[in-house]
Every structure is written in C-alpha cells, then in structure tokens.
Design a protein around this ligand. Structure first.
Ligand SMILES: Cc1cc2nc3c(=O)[nH]c(=O)nc-3n(C[C@H](O)[C@H](O)[C@H](O)COP(=O)(O)OP(=O)(O)OC[C@H]3O[C@@H](n4cnc5c(N)ncnc54)[C@H](O)[C@@H]3O)c2cc1C
Length: 396
C-alpha cells in the first residue's frame, strides 16, 4: 500500500495546479488520474484567462488574482505554454447591448479592474474583418491566453520537480475514512493508497467521487463545441467575444434565432500561437454526451460569419467538444467538507477552469497546509452554499 500526505484525484489543469503549489510548499502529494494527464475537459477547451466575462466583484477579482499567478507561472515553470497577455474584447450589435456594456464596464472599474468602452472606430482598428454594423464594445486590458494542454503539462512537470508523484491510468474506485486514525483508504484499479487528506479535482466527474464518501456535489456537465479554423490572413490578434456571450453564460434571454438560443451559441474567437483560430462556442445540458453535433457546428459557423462576414470561406481543420463542470451560481466549489474532515473539493469551474486553475491550486495548497488565511476569501466558494440557498428559499 502506498502512502501520501495528500492525494489529489484528477489529472486536469485544476489537479495540476494543486499538485504544483502543494509540492512547491513542501507537501508530500500524489495525483491519481484514471486516463492520461489533461484527458478530460482541460484538453477540449479554449485557453483564455479572462476577467472580461466574470461577474463584477468577487468573481472578477478572483480572476484577476489568477491572471497575476499565471503571469508569474510563465516565468517560473520550466516548460513554455504559449502565454500572451494582449487583453480581450466584447463586441456589441445593438444600442441595448452598448448600454448594458457601459454598465458592465462601470461595475468592473468599481471592482478595480482595467476595463474601458470601445467605439465604432476602435472596433474598425481592431480588425478590418468585422461586420460594418457593429457599434462598439469593451476591453479588459489584462486578459491573457495560454495553450491549456501545455499549461497542464507544465504544471505537472513543475509539480514533479518539487517532488509530487503523478500516477496515470489509475482510476479511484472507492474511498473510506477511518474515524479513529482520520486516514483515508483510497482504492484504485492499480492498488491502494492511504492519505491524511484527499482533494477531489475530478471536474465533471467530481459528484461520482463525492458519492464514494457520501457527499453530494451539485456539478452538472454543460457541453461546449469548438471549431479549429486555419488562419489564412491576420483576422485579429486577440480574443473576441460577442456581448451576448455573457447573456448566454448567465442564462439570460437573447434576441437570436431559435437554434442559436437552443444551442446556447455565442461568438468566441481566439487566435492561437500555431496560427489557427478557435471559433466557438455552444452551451447545452445533454448529460455526458460529448459527441460532435454538426447542426451545432453549423450554427456556430453562421454566428461567426455574422460578426466576421469575410471569413466565410476559411478552411475548417477540425471540431471537438468538452464538458464544462457547471454549478448553479457559476462559481467553483473550493472547500473543505465539514462532515468528512480532510476531504477538500476543488471542482465546478464551468467555463473558467483554465482562468481559475492557478488561484485554485494556490488556495488548495494553503488549505492542505492548514494556513490561517488564504490568497482569496473562500466563503463564496463553500460546498454547503447550495444547501444554505435552498434552506433560505424554504424559510421565505
Ligand atoms: C468548449 C469549451 C471551452 C472552454 N474554454 C475555456 C476558456 O477559454 N477559459 C477557461 O478558463 N475555461 C474554459 N473552459 C472550461 C475549462 O476547460 C474547464 O473548466 C477545466 O478544464 C476543468 O478542469 P478540471 O481539471 O477541473 O477538469 P478535467 O480537465 O476534466 O480533469 C478532471 C480529471 O479527473 C479525472 N478523473 C475523473 N474521475 C476520476 C477517478 N475516479 N479517478 C481518477 N481520475 C478521475 C478525469 O479523467 C480528468 O482527467 C472551456 C470548456 C469548454 C468545454
């Protein structure tokens, strides 16, 4: 039987960041991953480290902190991960969206973030390929981008350099906590481990791991498609989203056709370092189905052409899907579980796991080493907040 001070379940970007910061802090940590590293959502996504689309206040400040940490990681980690920080923009197609954008910028600036409005001429300067009728938009100057796959690998390489053990092709099948010793016994498809602390970083599969200890974790898969298109001309240098993406993310009503609404399609445009474009994306609750649906892909392509009419005959290289680990309030769960001492959840980052992995890794390492304060306050990310919200509803 193998021993570790802390076992992290999940070899995605969140598990990688936890392993890195925990090992760097001197903890004896082992990661157990049932497939290969980054074989879950962390290799089926974009690579944006964004504050622009975060709810102004706690959410956007947490993202800003993570951006700072990723900037530090770009100097600290041995392996490069295609890091760039050119900022990002949201574009508006109606006066109504412009008014909502003004309000978004005002609230973000109040929360201390570097946001500004863009007018029609700023948009023209950004890209000659934009549709003529776009009215303007907004910019977040600190937003950055990475290759999520490479960042995950760089974090695990860094973790190993600091002494972490990383075990792949090893699925956790059962976990028991001994009430007397307080130790966990972790059963896997390749042997047993004991640990004083266990971190559940299993993304959309976190509820299944939680169930092994009788803990209910309200995370649901939210499917997303992406198109990889070949860059033939320099359409744009940085990340662009339509303002409607915010409405789609937070579940509001948009003025779009029925299919665009049904598939939750909103423009996301990301130039990559390898000279391609990622074009997205969709948002659907369809369980664990992660097969590409061509009618969704067509809908996304139509949406991209609405904003960039001149890219209609770009070469499409491939398409893929990932499952975002969704929670009802769009915030991750980064929390101890009081009923099971030593059990920590770090999952439910929905469409923000690449952005928030660094700050998650940092605070979980602080929890594991029982520090009295954490880099960001953790009360809004508690596991029991959903129960408390339900109770409040009942007593209303
Ligand atoms: C289309 C799309 C676009 C996105 N774009 C962005 C973006 O631009 N920016 C951003 O911040 N986020 C983005 N996201 C979200 C981001 O990809 C996720 O939030 C993030 O990858 C989640 O990482 P994770 O480590 O929690 O989960 P995962 O990467 O899924 O890792 C969990 C791991 O746990 C393993 N596992 C599960 N059960 C077990 C078990 N029993 N035993 C052992 N191992 C187990 C799995 O095999 C998996 O490797 C996007 C997502 C999608 C789908």
């Amino acid at each position: 039987m193998a021993r570790a001070e802390a076992v992290v379940i999940g070899g995605g970007i969140v598990g990688g960041a936890i392993a890195y910061y925990a090992a760097k802090a001197g903890l004896d940590v082992t990661v157990l991953e049932r497939g290969e590293l980054a074989s879950g959502t962390s290799s089926r996504c974009d690579g944006n480290i964004l504050a622009i689309d975060k709810d102004p206040g706690f959410d956007s400040q947490m993202s800003l902190k993570s951006q700072e940490l990723v900037h530090e990681l770009s100097a600290e980690l041995e392996h490069p991960f295609e890091y760039r920080a050119p900022g990002s923009i949201l574009v508006c197609e109606s006066e109504e969206e412009m008014a909502a954008a003004e309000e978004w910028v005002r609230r973000q600036r109040e929360a201390g973030l570097p946001f500004r409005m863009l007018d029609r001429s700023d948009i023209r300067q950004e890209s000659a390929f934009f549709a003529d009728d776009l009215l303007g938009g907004l910019e977040c100057a600190t937003d950055s981008t990475v290759n999520p796959y490479l960042l995950t690998y760089a974090l695990f390489a860094g973790a190993k350099r600091h002494g972490a053990k990383v075990v792949t092709r090893t699925e956790v099948t059962a976990i028991k906590r001994d009430e007397v010793s307080g130790q966990f016994l972790i059963r896997t498809t390749r042997g047993e481990w004991t640990a004083k602390q266990v971190v559940n970083a299993a993304g959309v599969w976190a509820p299944l791991v939680g169930r092994m200890l009788g803990v209910d974790i309200p995370i649901v898969p939210r499917k997303g498609h992406l198109i990889v298109a070949s860059r033939q001309v320099p359409v744009g240098e940085r990340k662009v989203m339509e303002f409607g993406y915010l409405i789609s993310k937070f579940g509001g009503q948009r003025k779009v056709d029925a299919k665009t609404e049904q598939y939750g399609v909103a423009l996301v445009f990301e130039p990559t370092q390898s000279q391609n474009f990622l074009i997205g994306s969709s948002r659907q609750f369809v369980g664990f189905d992660s097969k590409v649906d061509l009618s969704v892909v067509r809908c996304m392509a139509r949406r991209a052409i609405r904003f960039y009419p001149k890219i209609a005959d770009f070469l499409l290289i491939r398409t893929y899907c990932g499952l975002r680990p969704w929670t009802a309030d769009h915030l991750p769960i980064i929390s101890r579980v009081e009923e099971v001492p030593g059990f920590i959840i770090a999952a439910g980052h929905e469409g923000d796991g690449i952005s928030l992995a660094a700050v998650t890794g940092k605070v979980v390492s602080e929890l594991l080493s029982e520090q009295s304060t954490t880099t960001i306050p953790l009360a809004p990310l508690r596991h029991d907040r959903f129960e408390q919200a339900k109770e409040k509803e009942v007593h209303r």
